[in-house]
Design a protein around this ligand. Sequence first.
Ligand SMILES: [Fe+2]
Ligand SMILES: [Fe+2]
Length: 484
Amino acid sequence: MSDAAKYKSYSQFEEFLHNFYSLSQTARIHSDNHKLVIAGVEKFSESIKSCMDDEQLTFKISNDQLYVDDEKLSYNRTTKNLFDNIIRFFDARSLEGVRLLEAVKHASAKEILTFISLLDKSEQKPEPLTWLTNSLAVENIQWVELVKKSERPQHDQESSYRDKAERRERARKDYTYVKASLEEVAQKIKDQKSEVGIRKTVRVVQNMVTNLIEDDEVYAAISTLRVFDDYTFTHSANVATLSMCIGRRINLSRRNLVSLGICALFHDLGKIEIPNEVLHKKDKLDKSELKLIQEHSLNSARLLLKLKASTDSKARILVPMFEHHLKYDLSGYPHADWKRPLTLFGKIISIADKYDTLTSSRAYRKFLLSPDRALGYMFDRSGKDFDPTLIKVFINILGVYPVGTLLRLDTDELALVVSSPSREFSKRPLVCVLTKENDGSYKKKEIINLDERDTETGEYVRQIIETYHPANLGIQPVQHIFSN
Ligand SMILES: [Fe+2]
Ligand SMILES: [Fe+2]
């Protein structure tokens, strides 16, 4: 196959790698002002721009596979040679990969060639990585980070309680920033500002994704941060966080997790056009009010189109926004005249959305489901309202008794679930006992493991008698879960 034909059959990421590798080869044999080198730099720069819609672009090797932004590239007849060459190229330099930062888009041709040339020369050095790191610093090239071979995500099995508390605090900050950035965007739309950008939102979601990849457990508990009478933006921040937790468990790439997070965060954007008296009406809605409510998913998609963002990013999140009330069997709203199944993002967001709606303690709701019952209700609707596999993934993340569920134990203790059993314990959660003070408030006492068994009888020491929504007893889980 000719080089041109081969080039045409590459995907966008493969094209980027092809341009990188051919530039490194061309620059090795020709001078900087040779026309092939000049054209090579141009192609390489162009492919960086078309691949980088995140603020960074990472290409690396893991288990002899090539990844661009966590997207595994398929190894086939067309790509085999290119991939083998790149893997050898990195191996010879003790590199796992290279991360390009956004500033690379403004790098001059001279800078790019310096980087390519240093990368090439590093192979000859006794310690290629150290030499390359120092040389890039000397040349003041700040738009590249080297991914070392040992750089692997740290799993937290042996991590201390202090680490966990730090991660919880970090999660709380991420969550606050995500919520605040949504509020900012919504306010700008309300103020009818033209050209409302989402750059900041993308950045905070990217940060959250980075931390969520490291430890999704603290993020799965995030909806307990909700306080009473704080609904509008909290709901969207919860839906975004829970959706990203589902996405993480089904191994979506970092890039897709960011898109999913943005999409979930903006899923109810259309509600800003609904008057509050309709949105929070306690009585039955009349026909025109119901129509107004049911149009919000379509309006979310319509408002998204007006935001300042790349067409590519908008295209990825437009349809799932429209789909979030459509239901798995398409019986929801707005009525869709097609039989096309929901997109993956649409299926994920509708699960996170329903769970948060069922468990949110909005003042005007009379009936509050405890988190475990909400999950039970949703499980019963699997195959109709929800994707059966994704519902199982979701229950697996939250555990049978999700964090924030209030339990009455057979010891007559009242206990709040503070940790999901999905990882740390076999089946039963970790809870903190709450005692009622004279002023009616609840105080956090010892933490106990409901998995604990009597050494003689083998029976569980404590049994769960009843579950409640914490709001039914005036308890705000955030005070007990996200505090030490
Ligand atoms: Fe909605
Ligand atoms: Fe919603």
